[in-house]
Unconditional design. Sequence first.
Length: 385
Amino acid sequence: MAVQTRSDVRLTMAAALVSLLLTLLPIPPAHAVVVDDLYHATVPVSGEGEDALAEGYRQGLSRVLVKVSGDRSVADLDGLAPVLDDAGSLVDGRQLEKGRDGGDELTLRFSRAAVNRALADAGARVWGLNRPLTLAWVAVQDGGDRGLLVQTGESSDQGWSALILEQTASRGLPLALPPADRAGDRRLLSEVWGQFMGQVSRASSGLDHDLLAVVRISRRDDGWQASWNYEGAGIDQSRSVTAETPETLISEMVENWVAELASRYGVSGGAIETGPRVRLMLEGVASPGDYAAAKRALGQLNPVKSVGAVSVSSDHIVFELEYEGELPQLRQNIALEERFRALDQPGTGAGNAGDEEDFRTVRQTLYYRWQQQVAAPPSSDNDAR
């Protein structure tokens, strides 16, 4: 007859508690977005001839390189010239079909590994699939009319909404506009126009986002001007641009956003300045399902090359991560995955002496709590640690 140990009972009770809490508490939303078409591109082509397809491959790869690196000039790097000349060798899949205008369009899927390797070899950044979500509050004034861009229901400003969504999609930047029911809120429109970040931040409560963009667009002489505040995830950007056309204006604004995000979250193949491995101690793993989900989430982070468990106990698991780039970039990428809650560096009390001694065998250990299903309940044991 199997005998349950005290440890078995504690684990069983913890699993039961998690199951009970699941029925009582909501699952917190995850804001960061996985950009699943990052390595895809659709380009116009002039038929199915060899030369037409080769040019389509080149154009498509150029667009993908821009999305993945966050650098709109990346295709000008000398190291990428031969890669672009042989772009067809990086294609994993293709589909030729008629576009809306009746012309031929070529949809391409490129090899993620090959694209990343080409960028790294050229010394360019690689910005991963997991990207922060921007909530954009945009007020547009054209003549005497002033309006707020929303998800649906726009009238004269519909072209601006489509333009912003098109430009951000082309750069691999997840973006959401506020819901349609905010369109008639004149007070909110005034707050966006005045760029009162506190009021707009409160209005954003309950709307998924990692960053807030508060934008004011207006006529200026024969062109347009956009000024904005872009805040969140450690970013605080206040800038303005002018341009002759709406297309150029939005392109320049989005370029400013993407350049800053890519510099923060992108990983350069030549930027390895710290140790390539680090340990991550994860509390709150209550089941094999939690373990599998946590390991999978870590493995999907852009800088992480490999992940494996090196020790397991009743209340935590220690993973070892092999990663590329710098340790702060790894931390920033982990911060985008809301199921990992950062913990303070623990002390060296006797209760964890064995673990602390083990952790000293590596350069550094990161400490997190796993909260896939619910926020961890208060625990005097955790406080003591």
